[in-house]
Design a protein around this ligand. Sequence first.
Ligand SMILES: Cc1ncc(C[n+]2csc(CCOP(=O)(O)OP(=O)(O)O)c2C)c(N)n1
Length: 960
Amino acid sequence: MYDLNTFYGPNAGYVLELYERYLQDPTSVDASTQALFSTWPPAEGAQTAELKPVQPGSPVVSASTLSATTGTVVGPNAFSEDEVALIIKTSALTHAIRERGHLGAHLDPLDSEPIGDPALLLESYGLTDEDLRRLPATIVGGHSAEGAANALEAIRALRVMYSGTISYEFDQVKSPEERAWLRDAVGLRLYHREPNPLEARKLLQRLIQVESFERYLQQLFPGQRRFSIEGLDTLVPMLDEIIKGAVDSESREVIIGMAHRGRLNVLAHVLEKPYAAILAEFSHAKHEAGVPLTDTFGFGWTGDVKYHLGAEYLFGEDASVELKIVLAPNPSHLEFVNPIIEGMTRAAQEVRSVPGVPLQDVDNTLPILIHGDAAFSGEGVVAETLNLWHLQGFWVGGTIHIIANNQLGFTTDPSDGRSTPFASDLAKGFSLPIIHVNADDPYACMTAVRIAHAYRDRFHKDILVDLVGYRRWGHNEGDEPAFTQPAMYEKIRVHPTVRELYARRLEQQGVMTHEETETLSKEVLTVLEQAKREADGYGPEQQPGHGHATNGHTQMMLTPSIPSAEQLQRWNSELLTWPQDFSLNPKLTRTLQRRASALGPAGGIDWGHAEALAFASILADGTPVRLTGQDSERGTFSHRHAILHDQRDGFSYIPLQHLSDARASFSVYNSPLSETGVLGFEYGYSVHAPDTLVLWEAQFGDFANVAQVIIDQFLASGMAKWRQNCSLVLLLPHGYEGQGPDHSSARLERYLQLAAEGNWCVANCSTAAQYFRLLRRQAANLLEMPRPLIIMTPKSLLRHPASASKLEDLVETSFQTVLDDSRAQVRPEQVRRVLLCSGKIAIDLLAHERLKQNDEIALVRVEQLYPFPKEEIQRVLARYPKMRELFWVQEEPRNMGAWNYIAPRLSEVVQSHIKVEVVSRPDRSSPAAGFWDLYEAEQEQIIAQASGLPLGQPGGRNVR
Ligand SMILES: Cc1ncc(C[n+]2csc(CCOP(=O)(O)OP(=O)(O)O)c2C)c(N)n1
């Protein structure tokens, strides 16, 4: 029983360690091990074994491990003292190869030297080949020992497994169960398969297609950018293999995000975009048919370059397989599509047609992200996206990541692009298992993705494959790579393609003859030539693209139905009901109790309350709602309380998930502290769940500019570039309240500058009722007129009585783009000055004594800034026939806020004799003052100027 030969290789050393521990303290090992060791007698007269010290840093078991305090050689007496020492050294070497084999692996098709590690060398242990030859293979154990005559052969086989053309990094994986699974997957070669002749032929055919397509493009359009895949050709069969796995796992959708490199090839072969369509894009490269190149532009479809376009493909020729493959469009901005893919995936996985929490099936949809090696290490959005993998609101059951690693970023070498040895190292911080593989070994590549997919299926976690290849041409095809990497490109010039290598291998193995491989190549070329003839015959109307587009510039938004007062009363009381034994925080109980009476005649429906009622009504209409943001469950300003927490046990209760009238799901999640990652995720969610009201809330609107790429490249322009519809709502706290430069401005001006062609709505409303109505309008238009909605949301106004509303405000009308002055003292025929403003400054002005005293000034609120409500403004202004002055009043500096956007539009709505001026803070580089007194003085000055009374402070530079 205690013969060491009964233990597998690395276990032998481990067992000896355990035994020593047991001798020192029997309770330090578990009961069954105690039982086993109690049968082991110490060897008679044995001595402590001497081990030769090894190089620093190597993981060799130290001599002390053996020098039991008992003075005995531990373990069975079946081995001599020397042999025990050898076993332990071999065991340490075996362990090192399994753990650090990647440092010695042959991953580079261009044959660069691996990094290496002393722990992988025999000399570091004082071992020789001869020593190993004396030991049985079982000391090494695992699959490598099978059929091996001795430990030397087993170690050699082990090196092929862990330091060959594929290698692994699993140490960072925290779960022992997962590590054991991964070790078995590798050690027992569970996912390694030698293809049969038919499969081998198919694989070769695929590689021929991949290479021929690039070469054909190069031949037809020399120098045109295509961002060739060549050098990483195996990526395509790897994707084929993952998709095959997805079919086996009965997934319904695979969603892929990738950059420019190899994209055309993936479109052609994985998404089955016809060759002819791609060739036509190269030869014609025109705007879409039907959109004239004249001043009648403005239909909202300006397109994008071919290597940014997405596609969808229904996989499977028979009805038994229903798998949709989606390649999302993306901008040049590398890696920013990552969170979008995750959001799309989550949307595809959730069933929202049920009240309560959405039901998620992570097996339904598989996300794949393909990264560049330079971009993966360099772009922060990668880390932001990886951080989402285990978060309740963002989990998608694991993503398969592949780094398409061509060992260059444009002209930049890895040594200038990252501070870590491997392109994949960032992923270790998130405990992702990593598989490195040489792109010139197709079988190893298939093994890598099979393991990755099986791991994702089993543990529902992210995993990364680092596919190491090269780039046959320059960064793009017009670029000369030898300017900057002459040595590397000299190697590449003479390096055979993976298609050549594989064909040679099959020929050598007798699987195919040279003539057969040549025939395959000719067949592929024939198909390409046929596609070219087809593409040449395309008229403009057959050019790839879609039907004539309009993004809704001229369309009217639907006006939603209005719930009844009784319905609102009922929902209100349900929202204020929680389980009887639920112990709510007493302070919060008081706050919520106020909501019980706010629907009465005295009113007092504040912002958070109006939002909850809007959500309830939207859920009752059958529209699902999802809200995320930093601290959004409670609300940064403690105004929402969408989740109630039991004070005794911390259990939570979400009233909106228990609404009896709800016909759809409600979810709210605190997000991680990320803007780019989370906003990108929610954008993707909204795109892929067009029936859902998706809201993202910035902590303060100021921080949304961290996600500027998502705003510019997706929200603002996704529709124009890719016809990607999105109805995401951005809640951006905004308002000048003396909180300094970074807690005042949501940068309204940016959203207005980006507004065109009806791409989104921008609103800055001043009452809770208007917010309620606006949310309802957005929900009603999700399918009819999808577009993002940007709302400047309040801070102090959240609880301001002048912003609070009454029940009748919620049920009498729908959203008003412009609110006229309804104060009793204003006599329209007397009014000489009209103040136009938006959001909080309107409430400040209305509350100010100076304006209260003045009956010749009317205050008109522009609640929706874009699309510009021209007719409504004209209609309201027509009520003031004696108006001579029209002031746009804003809190923001003159070069910010709405002024630059609104000035030319206002000039169009008024007659020329009417002065249009601005009252604002002066031009500033920083959006708000950091000093309270300066803030106050400026605010006072704005009020004074607007109300036409003498200025309290000098320096009123801000009137045009
Ligand atoms: C955010 C961003 N910064 C810079 C660029 C310009 N750029 C385009 S490709 C590229 C190199 C990318 O290298 P890598 O990630 O290794 O991908 P590869 O092109 O080598 O496949 C750079 C810097 C970009 N597209 N996006």
